[in-house]
Design a protein around this ligand. Structure first.
Ligand code: PLP
Ligand code: TYF
Length: 399
């Protein structure tokens, strides 16, 4: 039964992580996989998470099943975090929410949900988008289409081209996948006017917005990063949103996220929720509990919530500082190419804009690792390696 199987290529980002581990170069630098790292290059357990876990160990009385929607308290808290208290309250009767195994679980359940209620729908994704969107959404049987997005010349968004394509080719009932903030892989985000225009477009055309929010708090701030999404959710009849606690709570392996489905009318919500929970039951029955318990413990305790926010602020500021330092470091080395776009972009990622050959050369000559597209994880930089990385990039560009 298995003998015809051939090994498939590994996820290129996760493979890079393995190759980095095996490299013995003393100055090796990992700018590959998108996990936050501190000055020492560690992906730390956040203190607020550590404390919440201790509280849970002391207070947890059962490990019994929690059901397909997961924890209702977590679902309420995470909805408030994404939408803000006012909008979360306003939309409460129109929202069906499920705790999911990470943002990936939310994306896949969204795709399964779409497939069951609108089998002919297509999902429009940005060019480029996170590589995993393809198997997560396409794997549920949804056709994917792309809209122009990243502008290599300016490091910004090709907004006119994006809207032109969507207006020309997206049909009513199609979905447009938007990164809520901190676009992966480009770091180029929509501004508030552009969120407004997309909202208008969705209303005019009957296209359903589908937001992937994996980095809330790592761009400009917890609220600032959600303003576009909140504008959209306040205006449209139907929408989907996948969110993740992997990055902003550092809960990666605990697989913690949520899916929110906005129905046009409150009377629709029970049927929407029931369809979603049925999809969940036929995939993994119910989500793991621990990460969501940690998040709700933090968000329900004002001291822990404050500690968590201050830790998250520090992470964001570190990334912003590294963006400035990288651009300045390259400029100081007389590189003639303009890298100031790195300062204008947001979140963990930017493209250096160098060729795959140059990416390979950086890896071969300097043991500096990044995704072949030249996407770098800014958080992999630190005071210990910044000069080394700038020297490496400058030498490749001048070479
Ligand atoms: N969406 C994007 C754009 C991401 O970069 C990620 C991951 O890191 C996710 C979703 C989901 O992550 P996770 O399943 O680890 O929560
Ligand atoms: O883009 C990244 O690097 C992160 C982490 O299969 C990631 O989103 C990468 C690959 C993957 C899961 C998460």
């Amino acid at each position: 039964m298995f003998e015809h199987l051939k090994a498939k290529p590994a996820d290129p980002i996760l493979r890079l992580m393995q190759e980095f581990r095996e490299d013995s170069h003393p100055q090796k630098v990992d700018l590959g996989v998108g996990v936050y790292k501190d000055e020492q290059g560690h992906t730390p357990l956040m203190q607020a998470v550590d404390r919440a876990q201790r509280i849970l160990v002391e207070s947890e009385l059962t490990k019994s099943y929690i059901g397909p929607p997961g924890s209702p308290l977590f679902n309420d808290q995470i909805t408030q975090l994404v939408l803000g208290n006012g909008l979360a309250t306003k939309l409460k009767e129109r929202l069906a929410v499920a705790q999911t195994p990470g943002g990936c679980g939310a994306l896949r359940m969204a795709a399964e949900f779409i497939k069951s209620c609108q089998p002919t729908a297509r999902v429009w994704v940005s060019d480029p988008t996170w590589a995993n969107h393809v198997p997560l959404l396409g794997g549920a049987g949804l056709p994917l289409e792309t809209y122009p997005y990243y502008d290599q010349q300016t490091g910004g968004v090709r907004f006119d081209a994006m809207m032109e394509t969507l207006k020309k080719s997206a049909r009513a009932g199609d979905l447009v996948l938007l990164h809520g903030c901190c676009h992966n892989p480009s770091g180029a985000d929509l501004n508030s006017k552009q969120w407004q225009e997309i909202t208008e477009f969705c209303l005019d055309k009957g296209v359903v917005p589908f937001v992937d929010m994996a980095y809330q708090g790592l761009g400009q701030g917890l609220n600032e990063d959600a303003l576009g999404v909140r504008y959209l959710f306040n205006a449209v009849p139907e929408a989907l949103l996948a969110t993740s606690c992997s990055k902003n709570f550092g809960l990666y392996r605990e697989r913690t996220g949520a899916l929110m489905l906005l129905s046009a009318k409150a009377e629709q919500t029970p049927a929407t929720a029931s369809e979603l929970f049925t999809r969940i039951r036929s995939h993994y029955s119910m989500p793991p509990a621990h990460g969501a318990s940690v998040v709700e413990t933090i968000l329900m305790n004002s001291q822990l919530a404050e500690l968590w926010q201050s830790e998250l602020n520090a992470m964001r500021k570190r990334i912003q500082t590294l963006r400035l330092q990288l651009n300045q470091g390259l400029k100081a080395r007389g590189v003639d190419r303009d890298f100031s776009f790195i300062e204008r972009q947001q979140g963990m990622f930017s493209f250096l804009g160098i060729s795959p050959e140059q990416v390979n050369q950086l890896r071969k000559d300097f043991s500096i690792y990044m995704v072949e597209s030249s996407r770098i994880n800014l958080a992999g930089l630190s005071a210990h390696n910044l000069d080394y990385v700038c020297d490496g990039i400058a030498s490749i560009l001048k070479g």
